[in-house]
Design a protein around this ligand. Structure first.
Ligand SMILES: Nc1ncnc2c1ncn2[C@@H]1O[C@H](COP(=O)(O)OP(=O)(O)O)[C@@H](O)[C@H]1O
Ligand SMILES: [Mg+2]
Length: 505
């Protein structure tokens, strides 16, 4: 579709930019900020992107004329002002495609026609793959946004937005895409730390014939048991930040005694062994106190439940459901243990390549605190890609998320963000984000996002596709829930009695 004609201005066209005039109404509607366009120049296609639009009107640019006619508010009806209106689109040249894609070194010619970019050319230029992760539609262009799995997640992905911006929804879409992959196209294992219990509905995928090969296991956090046998004294040092060097020494000794004698290692048996050691009473009391504190979490035991090495399979998703667990400390301990185990299992190639999705990532790798889980998240962010252990960090508070972890996320899916501090932080941690793009992030609608970084050759706006899995979980409405509540306990007088009855039952 021909959408306009290139004009000559004082400094354009040049090899980097050109300006074109859009006159037709239809063309005006189909060109906006970020639209990809192309121009034929000497049998080569020059690809560009609209970086600014100016609406020009000779009639309304003269203050005298506007003032003179302002007696009537119906100016537009009386004067044919619209026939003098047009739009100017400023285009940044992205490159030239002959047989390969290369940098453009010559300006395009004034008078040349400008067209909307061809779908095939654009798909190739952006680097999408037929086997890729279908996130949705490229805004305006009706092209599937389909970066390859490698490019999207191997070097880690950050999914960021305000609360309610669509992070969990987009995460479900990515998980659906990974779960729908065939053995032939390569299926990693996936794990998800589901902080609010929003992802249970992914299990409805099993009823869909396209997903018959995938497996989904939901593990309530309260059923998890962390094996003390897998813990060294350095693990304990992470779990007990105030532990001292002499205490670590004694603990190391106790663990090696137990291992040498092939004895069952649990926290109570470690305490028993430590009680028999000769050591400073204060050191001993404090150490036993710390360990008793860990034991009281009821998270630790001899066996690992679930057995991570056996449970993690290619094409399988394990969801750790934290929805009934209140203590953040407990959750951080579980995330630490699981990620540390997975990273080590992966280093020894004992499990398939794995992608770890972490909701509320700022709670587990905060910038200003050092919970047990922070270090392993930063380690995987730095080294995980070598061992094919990838992270998807999901957060509504990027400012509070570890800079080390966030800056190692080579791909970013940014949904609506309005907080200026978060926006400034994102522009600091993500290369190649322009101030215009930053402005657009705050005006994104629900389900719209900016995909940038390693996953695409150029930042693009994407409309996230509809989910395949049925949504059992829906955002609870205050009005609806209040109505339901009153219906259940239909009037105030009987409500106390009904509640009491329910309690007795
Ligand atoms: N791409 C989308 N298409 C349709 N609805 C969406 C989309 N993204 C989000 N929503 C809806 O917007 C609401 C908030 O999305 P959610 O993913 O829970 O946000 P967040 O996790 O960022 O807090 C939900 O009701 C969800 O169904
Ligand atoms: Mg969410």
């Amino acid at each position: 579709m021909n959408i306009g004609t290139i004009i000559a201005s004082q400094s354009t066209p040049n090899p980097f930019e050109f300006i074109f005039v859009i006159s037709e109404d239809l063309a005006i509607k189909s060109v906006e900020y970020g639209t990809f366009v192309q121009v034929m120049e000497d049998n080569n296609v020059i690809l560009g992107v609209v970086e600014n639009l100016v609406h020009s009107s000779k009639y309304f640019s003269s203050a005298d004329i506007v003032h003179g006619s302002s007696i009537s508010l119906e100016t537009k009806k009386i004067f044919p002002s619209t026939t003098w209106e047009y739009r100017l689109a400023e285009v940044k040249v992205l490159g030239m495609i002959s047989r390969i894609f290369k940098r453009s070194t010559q300006p395009v010619s004034p008078g040349n026609n400008v067209m909307l970019a061809d779908a095939d050319i654009l798909t190739k230029f952006l680097g999408f793959s037929p086997n890729g992760i279908n996130l949705g539609i490229l805004r305006q262009m009706n092209i599937n946004v389909q970066p390859s799995l490698d490019r999207l997640v191997q070097k880690h992905l950050a999914v960021l937005s305000i609360s309610g911006g669509g992070k969990s929804y987009a995460t479900s879409v990515i998980l659906e895409e990974i779960l729908g992959r065939t053995q032939k196209s390569g299926r990693p294992a996936t794990i998800l730390f589901d902080v609010h219990g929003e992802f249970k509905d992914l299990s409805t995928l099993k009823d869909n014939p396209d997903f018959k090969n995938c497996e989904i296991e939901i593990i309530p956090a309260e059923d998890i048991q962390l094996s003390v046998t897998n813990l060294s004294s350095s693990h304990f040092a992470k779990l007990i930040p105030s532990i001292t060097r002499p205490q670590i020494r004694e603990l190391t000794k106790a663990i090696s005694v137990k291992k040498k004698n092939s004895e069952i290692i649990t926290i109570p048996t470690l305490i028993e062994t430590l009680s028999g050691f000769e050591m400073n009473q204060l050191v001993q009391d404090a150490l036993i106190g710390w360990l008793s504190g860990l034991q009281s979490t009821r998270l630790f035991g001899h066996h690992e439940i679930p057995d991570l090495e056996l449970s993690l399979k290619a094409g399988k998703l394990i969801i750790f459901d934290f929805s009934r667990m209140i203590s953040l400390w407990y959750k951080q301990i579980i995330v630490y243990y699981v990620l540390d185990r997975l990273f080590n299992l992966r280093r020894e190639r004992l499990i398939p390549p794995v992608v770890c999705f972490l909701e509320e990532a700022h709670q587990f790798a905060p910038e200003d605190k050092t919970p047990a889980s922070k270090d392993i998240i930063e380690t995987i962010a730095r080294e995980g890609r070598k061992f094919l252990c990838s992270l998807v960090l999901i957060s509504q508070r990027p400012v509070n998320l570890s800079t080390t972890a966030l800056s190692q996320c080579n791909s970013q899916l940014i949904l609506k963000i309005v907080n200026p501090n978060d926006l400034a932080y994102i522009s600091k941690t993500s290369e190649g984000i322009t101030s215009e793009t930053l402005k657009l992030i705050s005006s994104l609608g629900v389900g719209e996002g900016l995909l940038m970084g390693n996953s695409v050759n150029y930042p693009i706006f994407v409309q996230i596709r509809k989910r395949i899995s049925n949504s059992i979980y829906n955002e609870v409405s205050l009005e609806e829930e209040s109505k339901k509540y009153e219906k259940m306990y239909h009037n105030n007088e009987s409500s106390v009695n009904s509640k009491l009855l329910n309690k007795i039952k």
